[in-house]
Ligand binder design. Structure first.
Ligand code: ADP
Ligand code: MG
Length: 724
């Protein structure tokens, strides 16, 4: 990190991305690799690797005074002390006693635990440790029953970091004290950091400078200062993200080359006449919003959020026909083949008999054509389809990712509908836009998701989209009863008896398994084995079908068709049926090893039933082994409201994984906890949109650094960002 810059010029934080950890004292290739496994490749990432907690030394009890401590039953305490002695004793087979003698200058304390030899790793004589556990009394002396042990300093490297000790996320190869030392060196050598947040915003919230924030988050003077440092970093990362989203939104809005697809054309009108039900008021409102976007020259970029079964398909159908009414092509992209095929079947039926104008026929019209393009569309079929699409002989194309492969050129792509967008990333959205002939206009994009995203998350992740929420279910839905069933005892027998009764009453059932085929790796139920067992056993005499992703496409199609036609009464499946499959006659959902599924997945699966006029039941068969697994099942039993479940999910899982699901092209939040930091999300969003409103391309000199950092953040996606 040697550099020739003038000492008084503050350093740009982003330049630290180019400084590899190998440049720090004591970091060779091996340590660099170990750091990389912790997600730290360079000094920038090291600085953002903030402590996961702090130990406040002012609240530590000296060992000599432990006798006076009154702890509530079961309460743990933490002692920071040096290791004076260490011993290991085999008590009996499979029982090893580890014992440390700790000293803090005021007295000695024995600290012990059984087995878990790894706990003492690095805790040699002279090391400083933070030992947590319960106090037990032994012959009038306290003894610590250790539950957690953190090595805070090696014998040569004391933990003399003031009154508040940071505990950094660490690993077996990189103990927390080593992280701390590396951070300290990095901070020392970095010096002052330039600050991209405008001073008026910093003052508004009393935010500390970036330099102070990094210094104090890692080595706080006191706990209050650690909190202020964290607040600053939370605002820092949220503000940059929101500025990027605000600019993206502004760039969509600034695109004038959009094409108008006014609603209410002949096809749109005839669709209204065909729909066998009255739209809900939420659907009507959504259609108005979508209609206004379609009518405008500004390209639509709208997200429709609606729980499973809220009736998004009819919105998609309208948007697609608006494209055809305007003489263009509508495209619908779905995340799986099963779903694409189902959309294709539904739309073909819904659009059957519709005609479009044509110069090439005597009557001056031809039937509206709906094509399907997936990876199984190959050879001459694919060639013909692509030729037709390029000539504009196809009006609506339904497909999977295959739609965004090279060689696909859709003439006059007017409206692109993306279903279940949580499976697609931003890059794929952009790619779909590009699937139009070079000389045509920017398509209207409508994204539909059944993943109810909590408001905070939606504001953060979809800040670049207009959002419509379908917050009303079509009438006549019967509530779904959800029952948790242990896999042992009487439970399963009752479940299968219920399935048989429903089938005998003319209904159908789903049985969902986590795996396709039996595996040595896990005991989870496999669809193949379950199918065999049920067919030959408890469900003997019923028609039991099997559906999973490894079947050949034709087989998948056949079994889905048979289920739709009620020839198959019970469908054993993997999560391929998770999205979109719509068989209103199905009233039972049995999910085996249900604790292995994520909450949103369980919710999606359950959404396959309760779609018709009959009451439905969902059985979650599981013996959860983790608190999280249990929490997910309890949440499922507690509510069918997707938004409520999404909030619960966020609480249970934290945001890392939730964000991960979006492959958003922007880096994940490192410090922010969305559930906890809602207020900061709102502030950052308001401030960012406000700033971009005043300086849309961040051209003003005082925003130069901000502009640089936003560019960094969005990486390859810059083309849309700074287009003037
Ligand atoms: P989503 O895609 O949002 O999960 P769908 O569009 O597949 O939901 O609709 C679910 C079911 O509800 C379908 O069978 C559809 O025909 C029906 N449906 C949609 N809107 C209405 C409505 N307004 N009234 C009655 N039934 C509706
Ligand atoms: Mg759907």
């Amino acid at each position: 990190m040697q550099d020739g810059r003038a000492r008084d010029a503050p350093r740009r934080l982003r330049t630290l991305r180019r400084v590899e950890t190998g440049r720090l004292t004591g970091v060779g290739p091996k340590r660099a690799a170990a750091l990389r496994r912790l997600g730290i490749d360079n000094v920038f990432e090291l600085l953002w690797h903030v402590p996961r907690r702090y130990i406040d030394r002012t609240r530590q009890t000296p060992i000599s005074e432990l006798g006076d401590v009154r702890l509530a039953d079961g309460e743990e305490l933490t002692v920071i002390a040096d290791v004076e002695g260490i011993s290991t004793r085999q008590i009996r087979r499979r029982l090893t006693l580890h014992e440390l003698v700790l000293t803090d200058g005021t007295g000695r304390l024995r600290a012990s635990w059984f087995n878990r030899p790894g706990l003492a790793r690095g805790a040699g004589k002279g090391a400083t440790v933070a030992a947590s556990g319960k106090l037990a009394w032994f012959r009038g002396r306290p003894k610590l029953e250790v539950s957690a042990l953190e090595v805070m300093g090696s014998a040569s490297n004391k933990a003399d970091t003031g009154v508040v000790l940071p505990v950094h996320p660490a690993s077996a190869d990189v103990p927390t004290w080593l992280v701390r030392e590396l951070v300290r060196e990095a901070l020392d050598r970095t010096g002052e950091l330039a600050d991209p947040i405008p001073p008026d915003l910093r003052h508004r919230y009393g935010l500390v400078s970036r330099t102070e924030a990094f210094g104090e988050v890692h080595f706080p003077t006191d706990l209050g200062s650690a909190r202020r440092a964290r607040d600053r970093l939370v605002y820092d990362e949220l503000f940059l993200l929101e500025v990027a989203l605000a600019m993206r939104k502004a760039s969509y809005e600034g695109m004038e080359q959009g094409r108008r697809h006014p609603p209410g054309g002949p096809l749109w009108e005839s669709l209204d006449a065909r729909i066998p039900f009255a739209l809900t008021s939420a659907q009507r409102r959504a259609l108005e919003e979508i209609g206004a976007d379609l009518a405008s020259e500004r390209p639509m970029h709208r997200l429709v959020q609606g729980d499973v079964g809220s009736g998004k398909t009819v919105l998609a159908a309208h948007a697609l026909l608006a494209a055809v009414d305007a003489g263009g092509t509508g495209v619908l992209m779905a995340p799986t083949e099963v779903l694409a095929e189902q959309h294709h079947a539904n739309l073909s039926e819904l659009f059957a008999g519709l005609v479009v104008p044509s110069d090439e026929t005597l009557l001056g019209e031809r039937p509206l054509s709906v094509a399907l393009l997936t990876n199984r569309t190959t050879g001459s079929e694919r060639a013909r389809l692509l030729a037709d699409a390029a000539q504009g002989a196809i009006d609506v194309v339904v497909g999977t990712h295959a739609l965004i492969q090279d060689g696909v050129d859709i003439r006059d792509l007017g409206v692109a509908v993306i279903d279940e967008q949580h499976r697609f990333g931003v890059h794929q959205r952009v790619a779909l836009r590009e699937r139009r002939s070079a000389d045509t206009s920017v398509p209207d994009v409508l994204i539909m998701t059944a993943t109810p995203i909590p408001r905070t998350l939606a504001m953060t992740l979809y800040g670049d989209l207009d959002v419509t929420v379908l917050d009303e279910m079509p009438p006549g839905r019967r509530p779904i009863e959800t029952i948790l069933v242990p896999s042992t005892g009487e439970g399963p027998a009752t479940v299968w008896a219920h399935v048989r009764r429903e089938v005998e009453a003319g209904r159908q059932a789903y049985v969902v398994c986590p795996l396709v085929a039996d595996s040595d790796q896990t005991e989870a139920a496999s669809a193949t084995a379950t199918h065999e067992e049920l067919e030959a056993g408890v469900l003997d005499g019923l028609t039991v079908g099997l559906l999973h992703g490894q079947l050949r496409p034709a087989e998948k199609q056949a079994v889905m068709a048979a289920f739709r036609e009620r020839e198959v009464q019970v469908l054993v499946a993997t999560t391929v049926i998770e999205v979109g499959v719509d068989v209103p006659n199905a009233t039972v959902m049995v999910i085996l090893d249900a604790d292995r599924f994520g909450l949103s997945q369980l919710h999606q699966l359950r959404g396959r039933i309760g779609r018709g006029e009959h009451a439905s039941t969902c059985f979650l068969v599981a013996d959860p082994t983790t608190p999280e697994g249990q929490a997910r099942l309890d949440a499922m039993a507690g509510t069918t409201d997707g938004f409520e479940l999404a909030e619960r999910d966020l609480e249970i899982r934290g945001e890392g994984t939730v964000l991960g699901a979006r492959q958003s092209g922007v880096s994940d939040l490192r410090v922010t906890r969305l559930v906890r930091d809602v207020t900061w999300v709102q502030r950052a969003r308001t401030d960012a949109f406000d700033l971009v409103g005043r300086d849309p391309h961040l051209d003003s000199p005082e925003h130069a650094l901000l502009r640089e950092e936003v560019l960094d953040l969005v990486g390859d996606d810059v083309d849309w960002l700074f287009k003037s």
